[in-house]
Write a protein that binds this ligand. Structure first.
Ligand code: SF4
Length: 117
């Protein structure tokens, strides 16, 4: 028996499809769809996640409550034709073009050496 529009219930189309979920978690500026990289990794751990031309500061200033600043949003520098040049948060789930960095930036701004303010 063929289903018609009249047979369709409203709740049939209210379920999120997994692909939609991944696209919703993808930021403009990423090289590919978020969550398609190695399990549990984020863009922060990827060699392509960095500042543009080395001119962007890595960390925000000290927070109002005195805690150290956090890692700021940065760019994905993976060369992809037509990719948007936008910054996005470090905790974005990695994409399938992920390549592990040997020294990923830490999340909280490191304390300055003793004697330096
Ligand atoms: S995992 Fe790497 S290549 Fe993919 S979007 Fe993030 S920084 Fe770019």
């Amino acid at each position: 028996m063929t289903r018609t529009v009249a047979d369709t219930k409203p709740e049939d189309h209210l379920t999120k499809v997994p692909v939609q979920e991944a696209v919703l978690n993808t930021y403009l500026g990423m090289a590919h769809i978020a969550g398609t990289g190695p399990e549990g990794t984020t863009c922060r751990q990827c060699i392509f996640y960095c500042s543009r031309n080395g001119t962007h500061h890595w960390y925000s200033h000290k927070r109002k409550d005195g805690r150290a600043g956090l890692l700021k949003a940065h760019y994905c520098n993976r060369p992809i034709v037509g990719k948007a040049e936008r910054m996005f948060p470090f905790d974005a789930a990695s994409c399938r073009l992920f390549e592990p960095s040997e020294r990923p930036p830490i999340i909280v701004k490191p304390a300055p050496p003793k004697g330096v303010k």
